[in-house]
Design a protein around this ligand. Structure first.
Ligand SMILES: *Cc1c(COP(=O)(O)O)cnc(C)c1O
Length: 387
């Protein structure tokens, strides 16, 4: 059960997030090395922590952001790094932001982009986000393969292509021959179609991800575009914290699928940063209620909402124990300080815990602190440590 020894020097100020930047650096380098000729963007929403972004920056070709807030954050840290902006429900300000790639999510969003107005000053390089009707069963989250608010079905994409073709126009090819060119009715900066974006599912293994990639590439080639962003969603297993997505197989598969002249890009989030973070806290109380043993720890799901939102048990990395280091015992349910039955970090874990013991939760480097409802009950925030 213990994945590693307890952190050598447990910070005194618990609860705390502890990030292993050296491990992140090594992991990102390995992912990069597995991707031959494929562009790698990091999906910032997984964890926008500036220290993590600084470690990732040399390994990635760019960052994918999902809001104006993330865009401003990334721009302030890395003014010259390519950025792709996506996400449903973009405001006008977001649509008009100066980004390397804009992922258009609906025909009406494209209409707003093409609308005349003084604000449309600069060109926009657009990928159309498609939701293909492909099977995504087995995924932990499905953004495509059925009715979802993400992207467009092929009819929506066809509508966009019509909008981008100038009336009575030419053959629909842009000056670079890479796709249709759209101009606002007032002739302001062109909206250039660069290709297709697809982020269809998360939690699939390399073989399934390659099947999806093949389907998306077929579709893109049918439209005559040569740039394809295949999204993120590479599988992460919270029940097997030492397992890793098979980046080598995925990279080799993508290299085999890619044709000369095509630009392929991926934008993983979770699979890059989840492993580098731990949430470390201390047991405040242990009690038995109607026969069941509970350990109440400082903090809880307002610091690490992941187990509540995913409905899983957050894996333990290490713990000190009344029964000695990593001592086992009667199953205990580890809960936080919130006055809600949903504040459960892990159910019926066979470890022996007493008040004062330190508990370290693994896989807290993505979708953890930054997705949590920090203000609920007004407990203090955790400390943050980087090593
Ligand atoms: C969230 C998201 C990602 C990253 O997904 P992970 O599961 O964290 O890899 C990539 N692209 C888009 C469009 C997203 O919404």
């Amino acid at each position: 059960m213990p994945l590693s020894a307890p952190l050598s020097a447990v910070p005194g100020d618990l609860p705390a997030y502890v990030y292993d930047l050296a491990a992140l650096d090594a992991h990102a380098a390995a992912v990069r090395a597995a991707l031959d000729g494929v562009e790698l963007y990091y999906a910032v929403k997984a964890n926008p922590d500036a220290e993590l972004l600084r470690v990732l920056a040399p390994h990635v070709d760019g960052f994918e952001v999902a809001s104006g807030g993330e865009l401003a954050h990334v721009r302030a840290l890395f003014p010259d790094t390519p950025v792709a902006l996506g996400g449903p429900g973009k405001t006008d300000a977001e649509l008009l932001a100066d980004v390397t790639r804009l992922h258009v999510e609906s025909p009406s969003e494209l209409r707003r982009l093409l609308a005349p107005g003084p604000s449309r000053r600069r060109p926009a390089d657009v990928l159309l986000r498609v939701n293909l009707d492909v099977p995504v069963e087995g995924a932990s989250l499905a953004m495509g393969g059925g009715a979802t608010p993400f992207g467009m079905d092929p009819d929506g994409v066809a509508e966009c292509l019509d909008l981008l073709s100038p009336p009575g126009g030419h053959d629909g090819r842009g000056p670079d021959g890479h796709g249709p060119d759209g101009h606002g009715p007032d002739g302001h900066g062109p909206v250039r179609l660069r290709g297709i974006h697809a982020h269809l599912a998360s939690g699939l293994d390399a073989a399934r991800m390659l099947e999806l990639a093949a389907a998306v590439l077929d579709y893109a080639r049918g439209l005559g575009v040569t740039e394809v962003n295949l999204g993120g969603g590479m599988a992460v297993s919270y029940t097997d914290p030492v397992a890793r997505f098979d980046w080598k197989t995925y990279g080799e598969g993508l290299a085999a699928l890619r044709r000369p002249g095509e630009v392929l890009r991926i934008e993983p989030g979770r699979a890059l940063t989840v492993y580098c973070g731990r949430y470390v806290t201390r047991v405040i109380d242990v009690k038995r209620v109607h026969g069941e043993l509970f350990a109440v720890v400082a903090g809880g799901t307002h610091h690490i909402r992941t187990p509540a939102t995913k409905g899983h048990d957050q894996p333990l990395a290490a713990w000190t124990s009344a029964g000695g280091p990593g001592g086992h015992g009667e199953p205990v349910t580890i809960v936080g300080q919130l006055c809600t039955p949903k504040d459960v970090l892990a159910r019926r874990v066979p470890v022996r815990l007493e008040a004062g013991d330190v508990v370290e939760f693994a896989m807290a480097g993505a979708y953890a602190w930054n997705i949590s409802h920090h203000d609920f009950l007004m407990h203090p925030e955790p400390a943050f440590h980087y090593r």
